[in-house]
Design a protein around this ligand. Structure first.
Ligand code: NI
Length: 171
């Protein structure tokens, strides 16, 4: 089932995800629905708080929304930055419509998480995978990629977005 994605400036995006203590059928269904939603919206990652579920759960597919062959589930992911090197790249977010902007993040990360069977795994990532994992884990802390932009850029976007919302809400 495709889920509704919360969109900025919805304050619910600012809430933190809680650790998952037991991988129930409900969690498995949620993870499946999140993958379906990510594909439907043509994203490469989605975090549970974006669909109004306050859990530490992330799904990704780095093969791209058209291939759809690498869906991966991260339960209670923990990120570690590997080295000091940074990379800058253009990001977008399904919860932040009509904005792509350049963000600087760590080049390499290591993520520790559980899979849907509750088995721990570790993954090292660089390039777009590293960016995506950092972006999605930010969502678990109530952070958006907007928060990494300058105040000026963020304010400009906020004004634009509020205007757009007013237009669509007009009768
Ligand atoms: Ni996002």
């Amino acid at each position: 089932m495709k889920l509704e994605i919360l969109r900025y400036p919805d304050e619910r995006l600012r809430r933190k995800g809680e650790p998952i203590t037991e991988i129930t059928e409900e969690i498995r269904v949620l993870a499946g629905d999140m993958v379906e939603t990510m594909y439907a919206e043509e994203g490469i990652g989605l975090a549970a708080p974006q669909v109004d579920r306050l859990l530490r759960l992330v799904v990704t597919d780095f093969s791209g929304p058209s291939k759809r062959e690498g869906a991966k589930v991260y339960i209670n992911p923990e990120l570690e930055f590997l080295g000091e090197e940074k990379q800058e790249s253009e990001e977008g977010c399904l919860s932040v419509p009509d904005l792509r902007a350049s963000v600087e993040r760590a080049s390499r990360v290591r993520v520790r998480a559980l899979d849907l069977e509750g088995r721990p795994f570790t993954e090292e990532a660089d390039g777009v995978r590293s960016i995506c994992l950092q972006h999605e884990c930010d969502h678990l802390e109530g952070r958006l990629f907007l928060d990494h932009l300058s105040r000026l850029k963020r304010n400009l976007y906020t004004v634009k977005r509020k205007k757009a919302l007013l237009m669509t809400e007009r009768p």
